[in-house]
Design a binder for this molecule. Structure first.
Ligand code: DX5
Ligand code: ZN
Length: 208
């Protein structure tokens, strides 16, 4: 299981703290992009991001935006390993998948807690990753919604080549609920404490 660390909840000294975070034993840096439309909050624009991130870890971009093509065009320059977008936007999902892929970037498709797995079945053969949201997208530090684990089970039962990533509310108490996924996104649990120590705690829970 891989760990993708979200820095959404880091409050100050962002550049310096991201630098500390990417020197730890995480696998990916998870970049949450919000537009103030698909979700209420708004995060950084591409120029701000260029000023604060480094490339010590592969980037895993999570777009919580309506105007998805605009953000793909802007953020593909960072050369991420994944760009993940939401099923719930008002665009032709297949076209967005193809659009990300033409940049040579792996494609993730995300579903909110209220969206059923059945809705994305037609797209599964064409994506590299399914991101199951275990909180309502829009903010860090929320409580894990336990019923979302049913979706992970359903996805696991499907014979496909996609990875399963889960995002939101994962900490030392909830990690046991998501042990059968490929990538976990962990934000505030890591960044509200000593990074190395918190990552070590998580790895101990995963590997025993
Ligand atoms: C929520 C974001 C998550 C979030 C995870 O909308 O997509 O990536 O930052 O943070 P925690 O681990 O604090 O829920
Ligand atoms: Zn995220």
């Amino acid at each position: 299981m891989k760990i993708s660390a979200s820095f959404l909840s880091i409050k100050d000294n962002l550049k310096e703290n991201i630098s500390r975070l990417t020197k730890t034993d995480i696998d990916y840096l998870h970049l949450d992009i919000m537009d103030g439309s698909f979700v209420l909050n708004k995060t950084w624009d591409i120029e701000q991001i260029k000023g604060i991130i480094n490339y010590n870890k592969p980037l895993d971009i999570h777009l919580m935006v309506d105007d998805v093509y605009k953000y793909i065009d802007q953020f593909q320059v960072l050369n991420p390993i994944y760009i993940t977008f939401h099923y719930e936007i008002n665009y032709d999902i297949m076209k967005v998948i193809e659009y990300i892929r033409q940049y040579g970037i792996k494609v993730g498709l995300s579903i909110k807690p209220e969206t059923d797995v059945e809705k994305i079945l037609p797209y599964l053969p064409y994506v590299d990753l399914v991101l199951v949201m275990s909180v309502d997208p829009g903010a860090g530090g929320q409580t894990f919604i336990a019923s979302t684990t049913d979706k992970i089970e359903k996805l696991r039962a499907i014979d496909g080549n996609f990875l399963i990533e889960v995002d939101g509310g994962i900490n030392i108490d909830t990690i046991d609920l998501v042990k059968n996924v490929d990538i976990i996104v962990v934000g505030s649990y890591i960044t509200n404490g000593n990074y190395e120590e918190r990552i070590k705690n998580i790895k101990e829970k995963i590997y025993g």
